[in-house]
Write a protein that binds this ligand. Sequence first.
Ligand code: KG4
Ligand code: ZN
Length: 340
Amino acid sequence: MLLLTLESTCDETAAAVVTGELEVLSSVVASQDELHRRFRGVVPEIAARAHVERILPVIDEALRRADVTLDDLDAVAVANTPGLAGSLLVGLCAAKALCVAKDLPLVAVNHLHAHIYACRIASGEDVFPCVGLIVSGGHSSLYRCAGPTDFHYLGGTIDDAAGEAFDKVANMLGLPFPGGPALSKIAENGDPAAYDFPRSFLNDPSRLDFSFSGLKTAVRYAIAGPGKQDFSTLDLDETTKANVAASFQQAAIDCIAAKAMLALERTGVSTLCVGGGVAANRRLRKRLETDAAAAGAKLHIAPPHLCTDNAVMGAIAVEKLKAGKVESLDLDIIPGLVRQ
Ligand code: KG4
Ligand code: ZN
């Protein structure tokens, strides 16, 4: 069985060719970071237009690297939820066109489920049942995953995603977009206890939710003040920047790790799978390793190149295809989070 998987939910245009045995024959990711950098965030209209320009060359390259043609494929899979509407549409239209042209089945991929499935692909082991934690630029969610096609939403952010907070705080500190990697780098030289930033819901065992908006605002008040601010005019010394970065990162990590552990406790599941761009963060990975070990849980964190958006994780479609879950060509995009 040979599948072409497409990913265009946000600002990466990606395609991969995978087998029914989860062997990855090729993976191509065209990042748009350069296009969005000067706006210090993803501009949806620019993202959609860039997907239109890139999707066909990216598909061609994925097929070429896998040394296969469209005639060799058994199905086409595409992430149709959640994400930016214009971005999602490009991937879905491309997938439908290929299915019509080659009379292939269409498989729908939930981008968040796919982030968790990246752990299955990377580990080569059956990771289910597990608690799935996604911490990315657009989402921060916890799931109980009974199996690869059976996800139950446990909780998530009520405002900003963790990655959004990393990106905005990085921007306040004058770091380039996307800010997560740059912020974590300068945080290495800072004191994580220098600022006592808020940790929402940390001591509320009744909630498996996150909130990062107040944390973002607290950082802003610590270095600037209320009202409209041009952060490029802030003249912060390197020590202050490093301390703010380290303290912010520590507060975010404390919340993420605590709720992941609470989810394990509440579900009675003993495996934790973690994915999404923020899961590339070294400190977070270390902390989850320590906490999972203390809780006697098995931990799988996707390797960094499978944490950020990619099409390899779309191989979750293999499971759906095997379970007979294929879509009609009426399949639509669902930009918002579906709580399942
Ligand atoms: O999963 P992803 O590629 O896209 C979404 O689906 O949102 O995640 C991108 C996010 C960005 O916010 C980026 O700053 C963050 O992941 N990120 C990191 C690190 N690497 C990427 N955040 C913290 N530490 C990192 N090392
Ligand atoms: Zn993602």
